[in-house]
Design a protein around this ligand. Sequence first.
Ligand code: GLA
Length: 323
Amino acid sequence: MTATIHVSAPGRVNLIGDHTDYTGGLVMPMTLNAHTTVTGHANTSRVWNLVSHDEAEPISIALPIIDPHLVYPSWGRYVAGVLFEFNKLGCEIPGFTGEIDTTIPIGSGLSSSAALEIAIARIVISITEIAMSETDLALLCQRAEHIASGVPCGIMDQLCIAVGQTNTGTLIDCHTLDVQHIAMPEEIKVVTRFISQRTLAGSEYSDRVIDCHAIEAIIGPLRLATMNDLSNLNDDRLVRRARHVISENQRVRDFAHALTNKDFVEAGRLMTESHASLANDYETSNSTMDHAVKTMMSEPGFLGARMTGGGFGGCIVGTRHRG
Ligand code: GLA
């Protein structure tokens, strides 16, 4: 038997900067202390057989894959998407038999699918010894996510999971893909709270991406836009979408600055303001999440709270003084 291969990839929670990545804006997620692990052995067949402790049905995927989106059961599409993308690079992938385990709650907006993609990609890299930077690994997994789920997601989740460090914010410029690691000050605790199951496939996520394309066709790249550009948009919905993205990019900058200066009150205020912008202008929250944010803010010690990730359900995140 070939050597056992074991890889692990964390989930992520986004501290601030939502719905900014797909227009090349700024985000600051951090990895979670919850992981997806894959353990198994390569073999000379050209079939990937995987069982997951969290899924009823195993997957058996024969290479080469013609269309990852047709793989059944559907969780296998994330695996197939990654294998498909490596295949496109001309990478000869052998068979693999293994098992998957995860402590990341599935369908909660904590990027369990991106963690699975990164873990599978790390298995392929380990078997084939293909040289690949962490940024290219994240980009490959983002393409895999697009094919697997049909959701035109940005790069935030995959890049944070690929390069993130424990208890550290990953400040990403989604245009240049430059990353800055910002340690979470020890006075602050990040609290992630599950609100409801959700899936971005079939949600209004793609509608928001389309709105941003429409805005950029009029005023140019949103990452470079200022509030003055809003006057060139004559559709109220597009004005609100653009206002969110422009203000959110600035909030990420200000948040990073506040954290570095240990201005925790200001950092918290920016998180709560971000939630209001997502709820009112970007319309990716819902009444349950709004209520959960209010409740969190009424609890002793909390400095800021907001929905996190794609929205339409999922989790909220808050910061509070430790102790
Ligand atoms: C999902 C997507 C990310 C990002 C967030 C919203 O998590 O996968 O790329 O767009 O939503 O910030």
